[in-house]
Design a protein around this ligand. Structure first.
Ligand SMILES: O=C(O)CC[C@@H]1NC(=O)NC1=O
Ligand SMILES: [Fe+3]
Length: 404
């Protein structure tokens, strides 16, 4: 069968190619896609004329093309909502107080346990479609609201099924160590022994997970408890990532780095020792301004230290019903700039190249480089900065995922 070749021409590329400076911009450019993969990304003038005459041409009308957006940290599969807790927060209750009063994660657990896999898929689809509508081509989805083996598997099966229903890449992460359910209150180690690790093994055996995560926090799990989970993950050859130093400094970032974690996430309370450990391990800092904004936090992640030590930074929605009911990666970029002081280049790299790196998928996607999957977006913008600058406006012209 003839090789399908499509040339996207009359375009301006923000390649995010790390071999180029800044956004890796190429003006008067063309992108060649062959069998769903990028075979050329560069000046249109350098394209061989024989290729042009024998290919399917798409005139991009001078539009900007970026890599497809990547949301590298979501709890997108969940049931119901926690708007009632939002009202408690507005009345002054802290996230910690709400959790200790039986709200928080465990209240979402009840709704997920009562939901079927079909219910979870049906409830999650609108959130997934909202992300796709803004040009997202890869999404990470975590478990963590089932907290029994069967309910964690149910969540992960729903996440895997969503990938068959929409043109999107979905990576799944096991987050059994998200919270301790009521029947194990005060018995974290028993919960890890009886549920978290057996669930991890069962999910891995069924091919349901690509990575393992945990919540290292005073209201969740200690370093030693997380180590039990990470040792089990390492025994199965699974990479890890960690919700770290979100509400206090438990040296979660350093713990994640000691396991060469793909990423450490949140990081508002991470200190310089943790940053240096991340740099040494190549662990990506995933910043989640939606949770910071929604919880009205005041402590910001140490962006200057990440820059100083060369720790790569990604941005993600952290979509979840409790601390970040945010379903816009474009707004997440604006928050990354306005709340955390990231530059436009850091924001765009944070939802493309560095987000791919945080998922261990940098070889596959995240930049417009030869050999990578043809995941990209055409935008109706005058310059790339508009993607970070605008609030609540979606300038996506067209989203392409693999073979278009
Ligand atoms: O409140 C929830 O439902 C999830 C909160 C979310 N999970 C976590 O470990 N940190 C968070 O902000
Ligand atoms: Fe999270």
């Amino acid at each position: 069968m003839a090789t399908a070749v499509r040339i996207w021409t009359n375009a301006r590329l923000a390649t995010l190619d790390p071999k180029l400076s800044g956004l890796g911009i190429v003006e008067e450019a063309a992108l060649v896609v062959r069998d769903g993969r990028i075979s050329y990304a560069g000046p249109a003038a350098d394209l061989p004329s024989t290729l042009i005459t024998s290919s399917d041409l798409v005139d991009c009308g001078g539009r900007w093309i970026t890599p497809g957006l990547i949301d590298c940290h979501t709890h997108l599969v969940h049931a119901g909502n926690r708007a009632n807790e939002f009202e408690m927060q507005l009345a002054g209750a802290s996230y910690d107080e709400i959790a200790r009063a039986g709200g928080g994660i465990v209240s979402s657990v009840g709704k997920v346990r009562a939901a079927s896999e079909d219910d979870l898929v049906r409830e999650t689809l609108p959130r997934l479609d909202a992300l796709l509508a803004e040009g997202v081509t890869t999404i990470e989805i975590k478990s963590g609201y089932g907290l029994t083996v069967d309910d964690e598997l149910k969540m992960l099966r729903a996440a895997r099924r969503l990938a068959t229903m929409r043109p999107v890449s979905i990576t799944t992460t096991y987050l059994g160590a998200h919270a301790t359910p009521a029947d194990y209150r005060g018995r974290n180690r028993d919960f890890i022994r009886d549920v978290v690790i057996p669930g991890l093994r069962a999910a891995h055996a069924e091919g349901l997970i690509d990575a393992v995560d945990g919540f290292c926090e005073g209201i969740a799990f200690s370093q030693d408890e997380i180590r039990l989970v990470f040792d089990a993950a390492r025994a199965l050859g699974l990479p890890v990532k960690l919700h770290a130093d979100q509400l206090s400094n438990l040296s979660g970032a350093a713990l994640a780095a000691s396991y060469h974690a793909l990423s450490a996430d949140h990081l508002e309370y991470t200190d310089e020792a943790g940053v240096m450990a991340m740099e040494k391990a190549g662990t990506v800092a995933v910043l989640l301004p939606g949770a910071f904004y929604f919880l009205r936090e005041t402590r910001k992640p140490p962006v200057d230290l990440f820059r100083k030590h060369g720790v790569r930074m990604a941005l993600a929605t952290d979509n979840n019903p409790g601390t970040s009911p945010l379903t816009s990666l474009l707004l997440t970029m604006n928050m990354g700039a306005t709340l955390f002081g990231l530059t436009v280049t850091e924001c765009l790299a944070g939802v493309t190249r560095e987000a791919a790196r945080a998922l261990g998928r940098i070889e596959e996607t995240g930049t417009l480089e030869v050999g990578k999957s043809a995941d990209f977006c055409l935008w109706d913008i005058g310059e790339p900065a508009e993607l970070v600058y605008r609030i609540g406006f979606n300038p996506l012209h067209r989203r392409v995922w693999g073979d278009e």
